[in-house]
Design a protein around this ligand. Structure first.
Ligand code: SF4
Length: 247
């Protein structure tokens, strides 16, 4: 499908060593990055990625961060010649992978899904780690962009931040319509879901009600409030700094 695509920017998903090497060495115009799935264990792939034959960025997908985390060391040399991001689900034990990725200065995209109580506790730990640990100097999504959205009120939604909004990141195999987010939120509101009166509706747009619309959002609302209070604190600190600079 990627071979036939000529309509502008795209992300190419590679799942075999052959696909990876071919696309890395001969990227077609318009390819923004490669999404690398199931290849973290293949040492030859990462030796190739560490060669500067192209600067094509990589998004490396972890399926089970709790068991795959030690393989992240393989990305160290590749990171020197190109941008490398790590994407992982917020599955139990993901903090090990998040901490290691941060120590290797790799940006992270954390996919929260519909977190259980146990994972919510880990997500809270992750927010605090992202906000306060001096080791973190690369973005951890979705925290990073959410913090910016809350500080600057830029109208971005979690769907967009997490690159799951089909209006921006359409899948060529067309799993969801372009207006999926609008339709999803409208349908939740029509059915009387708690999104109708939720203060996070603009930012979240029903993200946590998918796929299960019955998911209880009490925990994620606390998580969002934690990030909001950090955004408010930053704005206060910046305002104080400006005032001090003027006086
Ligand atoms: S936090 Fe939950 S209730 Fe609020 S908008 Fe998101 S999905 Fe809906």
């Amino acid at each position: 499908m990627a071979e036939e695509y000529h309509d502008g920017s795209c992300v190419v998903i590679v799942r075999t060593r052959e696909e990876f090497v071919r696309w890395l060495r001969e990227p077609k115009p318009g390819v923004e990055w490669l999404q690398v799935e199931g290849l973290l264990g293949d040492q030859e792939v990462w030796a190739t990625a560490a060669q500067g034959t192209s600067a094509l960025p990589l998004d490396v997908i972890l399926i089970d961060p709790a068991t795959e985390f030690s393989l992240l060391y393989r990305l160290v040399d590749a990171r020197i010649v190109r941008s490398v991001r790590v994407t992982m689900p917020a599955a139990p034990g993901f903090m090990k992978a998040l901490r290691l990725a941060a120590s290797l200065q790799l940006p992270v995209r954390l996919l929260p899904g519909q977190p259980t109580v146990k994972v919510l506790a880990e997500l809270t730990e992750a927010v605090k780690f992202y906000l306060h640990d001096p080791m973190v100097d690369s973005p951890v999504e979705f925290f990073h962009s959410l913090l910016i959205s809350l500080r600057e009120d830029d109208g971005g939604t979690l769907w967009r931040i997490l690159e799951e909004d089909p209006n921006v990141f359409a899948r060529e195999n067309g799993q969801r319509p372009r207006d999926f987010v609008e339709q999803h939120l409208a349908s939740l509101i029509e059915r009387g879901a708690e999104c109708a009166s939720c203060r996070w509706q603009t930012l979240c747009a029903g993200y946590f009600k998918s796929p299960d619309p019955q998911y209880d959002c009490a925990g994620v609302k606390q998580l969002l409030a934690l990030i909001e209070s950090a955004a408010e604190e930053m704005n206060r600190d910046l305002a104080g700094h400006k005032t001090a600079s003027l006086s």
